[in-house]
Ligand binder design. Sequence first.
Ligand code: UT7
Length: 358
Amino acid sequence: MDQVTAREASAAPASPGRDDAAAGPVSAPAGSAAPHLRAVLAGIGAYLPEHAVSNDELAKTVDTSDAWIRERTGIRQRHIAAPHETCAFMATQAARAALADAGVAAGAVDAIILATATPDQAFPATAVRVQAALGAGGFGFDLSAACSGFIYGLSVADAMIRAGQVRNVLVIGAEVYSRIMNWQDRGTCVLFGDGAGAVLLRAEAGGAGGASARGILSTHLHAQGDLADILYVDGAVGQPDKPGHLVMNGREVFRHAVTRLAEAVGEALVANGLTGADVDWLVPHQANMRIIEAVGRRIGLPAEKVVVTVDQHANTSAASIPLALAAAYADGRIRPGQLILMEALGGGLTWGSALIRL
Ligand code: UT7
């Protein structure tokens, strides 16, 4: 088992000679004295496919029922991508919305980190398709950590910002799980949906640090590869004629999810000297209402402080946290200054948590 914790690292300055209006080549600075840099969340955006499919509609072609799906998972509907709604298309739409929210031009983006298990092609990375569509500079790459991908992406972006390598980073979660579903397997095909969410992280200097400062306070990543066979994609991803299908031992994943996610949220709080009472919102990975409630209970959070979108979006893997964040931000629940705790678990198994003050 592996663990990486990023917190209160000292940092070097952003690359000299660059401004926010134009991004050029980005290189890691050669160690000069530096202010503390923090990764502040400057913008949030989302994209959902136009077509929403209710449980009843699904039950016309799959041997299932609205009652079973709602009772076991809390899911009422999911969005399913049309052919033109590719991973890159949805990621670009979400990224544009995040940039507009932040008031940052695409040309000022230094890096695009795109978490996905359903890229449009094996390569090039979907992130560079997004870069081209946006007209962004810098560099981009895809990150594969299944449903934990957005938390992993935040962690990588945070480390690069603290190191002074980049100033403006798009972290995107984008998924088209409808294309890797086995529609004959009712145990999985009712659970997932498509969509994309994005945040723009911006380097900000200074501040005393601590849990009252804005930005990412800490991230906590884990993986346990000997559990790879309880949730995986068979076949070959990236080949249209052999796309591969998701396979899951739901009960086993459920069992690990409750335990590991409870540990991960506890770990984030302890690392920052906080308790559940300090948290304004839990924005969990949206896989199953029962798991979400169990984790909320673990840190003593009332249900009103837990953002839930699994009923509307189902499980959108790496997109689920930024989609939930965007929903609660758009309706005014999530506001600047608040403390947000995020957690996710997915294939790998991978799991992790992130604590951020908006
Ligand atoms: O994002 C990655 C992380 N993934 C997760 O967190 C998923 C974790 N797992 C789960 O959320 C749950 O295990 C599921 C929702 C996937 C399944 O719930 P469960 O309570 O563990 O059900 P089960 O798989 O044990 O199946 C119970 C019964 C079975 O029938 P029998 O054998 O008891 O007669 C299944 O055949 O439910 C049946 N079943 C269904 N019935 C109607 C399975 N899927 C369906 C379905 N509709 N879609």
